[in-house]
Design a protein around this ligand. Structure first.
Ligand code: GAP
Length: 439
């Protein structure tokens, strides 16, 4: 069994170009991380699988991409201006601030840093404020969206007017959301700038329970499809009093992270809370006209996936230490569908022009496949001995390594090495695609 620690994951991510601390050369900016060349490929693969599964492969879904900056009234109507807050306590001595659930029994317990006592518990609103235009006054305040959902609700009428969808149907969106978390922590788990993949699925009120169950199964299907083992994910029925202000039922899908079992994604029944609140606050009729002529306000089931937490769960699930050929190795056992590099191409020796030429041909062939059918990123490596190149690719999770050797020049076959077993098989160049697709 591999002992996966956060230190190992964070260090591999930085060293190999997946994820770097935000603004690192200035000492970092807490709660922000920058995705490097491999991280962005991994992230794009996850988002694209999600989009294909939940938007393109379905008939009842509409995609969208709303502005991050929205009218401040959106967040007043949604309840976020008043209710989107965490309880905060401040040490009266050193002035450090903590989220209440992070310190033991405040205000009885002391400050973990200086032992000082805590002041009153206050509510801290987590929305980032900014100003629109040149005037920095109350009237110009806007917020960076704390969830992508808001952009969907305010466009419900637009989508209905353009496409006349039949209920039930959904609107999906992938995008950035921002939360001024009191205590960002655990790498990508709790950040201040994150990305969400959200669906607002509109149903008739009497259909909500069936739809909730359908989406519960769909959430699990996605988790398994990207390669997060089902056994590491646990459903938690969120009890009364602990749900978000808009939710009548919530199931958190929790993952066994190295720092504990914590929320990976959430599934909520938001009732007609949002559409009704926006209709009331804007004065615009955003009801839905049934075929029989009745006007209703649809209810909403909301599966909400965090991109960053999905990436963290994938890294934790994929991180493996084993022995291969008598040597210890570390590798990322990514599902090929999410692997940031799909295949790597090596000439056996870099000082043999005929091998390099042939290897470039194979490399170009795969690049063409990326252009034509979206194969994904292909790597070229001619540095160091072949064993080291394999290990480098293993460590970033590349499923297949293709080596062009002297036999290639004679019979046009290459070796394709499997990341997990280390085994090599020869294939004709024209068979490479099916060999790596079959991984
Ligand atoms: N629209 C519903 C909503 O935003 P949420 O449970 O607050 O619900 C949904 O967030 C998902 O977004 C979470 O399950 C998590 O994956 C992700 N998420 C929320 N806050 C986050 C943070 N500070 N850092 C990283 N991911 C976060």
């Amino acid at each position: 069994m591999t002992d996966v620690t956060m230190e190992k994951i964070v260090s591999l991510c930085k060293r190999r170009g997946f994820i770097y601390p935000g603004s690192e050369i200035y000492g970092g900016l807490s709660g922000t991380w920058d995705y490097g060349p491999l991280g962005v490929e991994l992230k794009n693969n996850i988002k694209s699988l999600w989009w294909k599964m939940f938007v393109q492969e379905r008939e009842d879904m509409y995609g969208m991409d709303a502005a991050i900056l929205m009218h401040p009234k959106v967040w007043e109507a949604s309840g976020h201006v008043v209710g989107f807050s965490d309880p905060l306590v401040e040490c009266t001595k050193c002035k450090r601030r903590y989220r209440m659930d992070q310190v033991v029994s405040p205000p009885a317990g002391g400050c973990p840093e200086c032992g000082g006592s805590f002041g009153e518990v206050r509510q801290f609103n987590m929305m980032f404020k900014t100003h629109i235009g040149a005037a920095e006054d109350e009237a110009s305040i806007s917020y960076l969206r704390p969830e992508t959902a808001g952009g969907i609700f305010v466009n419900f009428k637009n989508v209905v007017d353009s496409f006349h969808p039949k209920l039930p149907f959904g609107i999906a969106q992938i995008g950035k959301a921002f939360r001024n978390e009191i205590a960002p922590r655990d790498f990508l788990f709790r950040v201040r700038e994150m990305e969400q993949m959200e669906i607002e699925y509109f149903v008739r009120s009497e259909e909500w329970e069936k739809s909730f169950e359908d989406w519960r199964a769909e959430c699990t299907r996605f988790i398994e499809m990207v390669g997060i083992p089902r056994a590491s994910v646990h459903e938690l029925e969120v009890p009364d009093g602990e749900r978000a202000h808009y939710s009548r039922r919530t199931i958190d899908f929790e993952f066994d992270f190295p720092f504990g079992r914590k929320e990976l994604l959430g599934l909520a029944y938001r009732t007609d809370f949002d559409l009704s609140a926006h209709a009331k606050a804007s004065g615009v009729d955003i009801s839905y006209l049934e075929e029989g002529g009745e006007r209703i306000v649809p209810h909403v089931i909301e599966p909400s996936f965090g991109v960053d937490r999905t990436i963290l769960a994938l890294l934790v699930s994929a991180y493996t230490e084993d022995e291969l050929g008598g040597e210890p190795r570390t590798y990322l056992k990514f599902n090929p569908a999410v692997a940031p590099v799909k295949a790597a191409v090596f000439p056996l020796l870099k000082n043999k022009p005929e091998l390099v030429k042939k290897a470039r041909e194979v490399y170009e062939l795969l690049k063409l496949e990326t252009r034509n059918s979206n194969l994904g990123a292909i790597a070229w490596d001619d540095n160091g001995n072949i064993g080291k190149r394999y290990r480098r690719q293993d460590e970033i999770g590349t499923p297949s390594c293709i080596t062009i050797d002297f036999q290639t020049l004679e019979d046009n076959t290459v070796t394709v090495r499997d990341r997990d077993t280390g085994e090599q098989e020869r294939f004709l160049v024209k068979e490479i695609l099916s060999a790596i697709h079959g991984q």
